[in-house]
Every structure is written in C-alpha cells, then in structure tokens.
Design a protein around this ligand. Structure first.
Ligand code: NAD
Length: 249
C-alpha cells in the first residue's frame, strides 16, 4: 500500500470533523474534462471567457450557442469510484460534508448527502430579473428554437443557468461553505488546482489538509500529505486502507 494513502487514512481517522473539498478533477474520470487539462475537449475554446457574464450579456448568441453546449456536455454522466468513496466515507461518519466547485451533481448521484455547491448546479435556470427558478431544460428548448436570449415566462427578464460564472457573484452557499471550513479540523482536497478565487481561499483557515491532485497547487507546501495521482485509483486505495484496518467508526 502506498505510504501516502496510509497517511491520508490516518489523518481522516484521527480527525474530529473532516470535510472534502472537490474540483473539476474528481469528475474527469467520469468523462467531464476540466478546463485546464491540456487534452480536454475544450482546449480550442477559452472556456473561462466563454462561460462568463461578459459573454452572457455582451454576446448572448455565442454564450447560448457555444457556451451552453459546453454546459450540456456535463449532463448525463455517471459518478465514478472517487465520488462513491467520498459518499461511503460520509456514511461511515469519517467525512461530514463535501464542498464542491463542481456543477455536475455527481456527488449527490453517488450518495453524498451533505453537499455544498458553491458554484451552483445544472438542475435549474433562473430569471435574472424576477429570480424565478425553472428546470434547465427551459433554456434548452428556447435555444433549440433559436430564441436567444431565452425569455423568462413570467417577465421580460433573461433565463440563465443556475451556475456561478467566472466574473459572477457568489451564491449564499459560499457563506455556508465558509462556516463549514470553520468547523473542520481536516480537509481532503480532491481534483482542484486551487487557483479559482474565491474557492481557492477556503482551505486557508483549516488546520490540517491533504491534497489529491495530478498537478501542483499553491497549498502543497502546507499540506500534511500530497498525492499526485488519479482520484479513482487513490480513493479506492484509501477505502481499502480504511476498511482493511477495520477502524471505521
Ligand atoms: P480546477 O481548477 O478545479 O482544476 C482541476 C484540477 O484537477 C487540475 O489541477 C488537474 O491537475 C486535476 N485533475 C484532473 N484530473 C484528475 C484526476 N483524474 N485525479 C486527480 N486530479 C485530477 O478546475 P478547472 O478545470 O480549472 O475549472 C475551474 C472551475 O470550473 C471550477 O469551479 C470547476 O469546478 C468548474 N468546472 C466544473 C466542472 C464539473 O462540474 N465537472 C468541470 C470543469 C470545470
């Protein structure tokens, strides 16, 4: 067994209130590319610029024609073993919550109950004027009919995905996430470059952290353990290590 996995298991077992913070990297093995991957589906598009308020309001055709296609490619995917192990650790009482930057809903599909989505999700759209919530599909139907930007059925506002874009305001869930980090004595951070602000500040107040990410992050030097490997392999190994020890609570 990899030594780092054993150390990660020990940190989790010894913690009083452990949380998971996840980013796009936990879902790449479910077939959803992260935006920084060199061989990602969207390498020829600047996804950060495409999925921004600047494009939504400055160039709505490009946003709904091209950007919305990108968001749709996140749908109909299945959770992978890393999502499932995170859910299992919550069931075992070893993880209290998941704070995710992801909008794909895969943690909930894997069985995680206490999930804080700081960048929203792809279940809903909302009107930027009256605030009414609708299923995301309402945008799809308008875009299919080339009604761009999609009109709110209740008022003259514009329907937009319930997702926090790169130049957007954070939702109230970000406050809940900050409160959660204040309770945590350990955070396992999976698949995040920790470069997207303000999510990148979340680990700063947590006394002990572990990082599972393919590439270096700005927090590596203050982490108790850094594992540069794939999420699925590592999380499967972590569960084996914990259950093999027979020390789950
Ligand atoms: P990010 O900044 O969270 O970076 C992803 C990190 O994951 C990279 O550092 C990469 O090295 C690592 N990684 C990739 N595959 C991995 C694997 N199999 N195992 C372990 N580590 C792996 O994400 P981003 O792509 O820069 O996206 C920025 C924002 O857009 C974030 O809010 C992100 O959550 C969101 N986004 C969400 C999704 C999603 O919902 N699945 C997908 C793309 C982007």
């Amino acid at each position: 067994m990899n030594n780092s996995i054993a150390m990660l298991a020990r940190l989790l077992l010894d913690s009083e209130y452990a949380i998971v913070i996840s980013g796009a990297g936990i879902s790449t093995e479910s077939g959803i590319p992260d935006f920084r991957s060199s061989n990602g589906l969207w390498k020829n598009q600047d996804a950060l610029e495409l999925l921004s308020l600047k494009t939504l309001y400055g160039d709505p055709w490009r946003f709904y024609d091209v950007g919305f296609e990108l968001l749709k490619s996140f749908l109909n995917k299945n959770p992978n073993e890393a999502h499932k192990v995170v859910a299992k650790l919550e069931q075992m009482g070893l993880v209290k919550s998941v704070i995710t930057q992801n909008i794909d809903g895969l943690h909930q599909m894997a069985g995680s109950k206490n999930v804080i989505e700081i960048h929203g999700n792809l279940k809903h759209s909302y009107c930027d004027s009256c605030g009414s919530l609708f299923p995301l599909d309402m945008i799809r139907k308008s875009v299919d009919k080339k009604r761009i930007p999609p009109p709110c059925p209740n008022c003259r506002g514009v329907l937009r995905p319930n997702v926090v874009f790169f130049d957007d305001q954070m939702q109230d869930s970000f406050i809940a996430a900050i409160d959660e980090t204040k309770k945590a004595d350990f955070a396992l951070i999976i698949g995040s470059s920790l470069q997207v602000a303000p999510a990148a500040y979340l680990p700063s107040s947590i006394p002990s952290i572990g990082i599972l990410n393919l590439t270096p992050t700005p927090y590596d030097s203050r982490s108790q353990v850094v594992i540069r490997d794939k999420a699925v392999k590592t999380m499967s190994g972590l569960l084996d290590e914990i259950t093999g020890n027979g020390k789950q609570s």
